[in-house]
Design a protein around this ligand. Sequence first.
Ligand code: ZN
Length: 532
Amino acid sequence: MKQLKPLFRTLLPFVMTCSLFLTVQVTAKTPIPDAAKYGYHAISARNMEAFLKFIASDELEGRNTGDRGLNIAAKFLESQYTIAGLTPVPGHDSMLQSFDVIETRTKESSSLSIRSGKQDTTFQLYGDFVILSRHSKSMSGSYPIVFAGFGYKNDADNYDDFKGLDLKGKIVIVIDSTPEWAALEEKPKGLRRKMRTLRRSKAEWAETAGAAALLHMSADMKESRIKLIKRIYARPGQMLESSLESIPQFLVNENLAKALFQNKTTLEALTSQVLDNPHAMQFALPETQIAFNLEIDAVAKTTQNVVAYLQGSDSELKHEAVVLGAHYDHVGINAEGEIYNGADDDGSGTVGILEIARAFAGNKKRPKRSLVFVSHTGEEKGLLGSKYYTSHPQVPLENTIAQLNIDMIGRNETNSVYIIGSNYLSKELHQINEAANSNVDLNLDYKYNDREDPNRFYYRSDHYNYAKHGIPVIFFFSGTHKDYHKPTDTVEKIDFLKMQKITRLVYLTAWKVANLDHDLSKDGLLLEDKNN
Ligand SMILES: [Zn+2]
């Protein structure tokens, strides 16, 4: 850095104090509006503890999506919102937004065979391969195969690489990586989560090209890894009917990969050949066919979001809304009969937004815009409830000016909360939250407010489905802990005073946004990236 001029050096301390004073000025205490005071102080740890003792009780059996415990929780929330003075959204006669999910499981009797000449070699599920896709009905067939190197990876310049390849009615086999990652000695951080996104984009490409199935060859599929994947995929999974995959996706190990090439090469040798000459390494394997037999157990289950409404006071602006969300589902009971109470995940958010709703309804004056409280189902199954709500919004998404999402606020450091996504789509929303916090004085921790963060928390809760539609969001989160997704995530470990502070912060931010006399700015980091 260039050396500073002497005069400036003498002035520096004075300049520094001015700017410090200025910064302090910016985040100085912004008083709570009179009309919001009752609600703010009405938010109480005691109430939330009382609600959570029910929501996270054994009687609700871990609130698995589609099961009795969750349906009882829905009725409870509906009654509490109604008692507090909230209603269904105009045009709807119930707060329960019901829809079906498909619960599916691939039976272990499913198999995959390689036919080469007269020889048939059969491989067992969870032996040399796993199935990454979920389906609503059994399927089988035998298909010719084509090798496509690393396959498509979702950026424009890579698309033309496969123009000459006819994938119609064929099974496409690809190397389970990208040229960049395959060339790296050390694997980049957070690779596993990125792999999921990569495989999904390859599947979309293969499906669009008319392929019958997609097969990823992975050098990373050791026995321990297959065991881990089995633990996830052997359990029933749930999907919205609309997002059931159509073509099967297989992840196969080195052993199966070699068999595909009649043991004449290895995955490593194949990878370096593709790195050396990608265009040459795309070809059909005329002598070989793959036959698969998928046996699927699938059942439709009905579940529901709980959507409660508080109409705004301004004749115009009441048509716009701020959505407050949490997920009231959790993972149910495991094979050993242990109940996953989900007190923190996300019982804390569920009772948090209920308490905020009661606070708003208790105020004499309503904010200008309306408020919609959505208790999402199916979050643990893949953000299903928010996916369904944002594709069946009860207040049009274009009139939804922000979404504030709470997921896990009852544990860890008592005076701190992670803020994620607040400046991604609106810098003003970020500033409003900062200003609101001048009354609550929490430590707003932006450690995970990074889209490259390997934990990928920004993508892992319901706000993400709203952000995908360009709606400014804030995710309030207190971090995972030793009881995360364990039967030990129970009520007595919850810090209710911490929850009281965070819910008061969310309440104030919601109040300020709902009362803005102008449109919330749309100028966040995501939009800047897009424009650059
Ligand atoms: Zn959660």
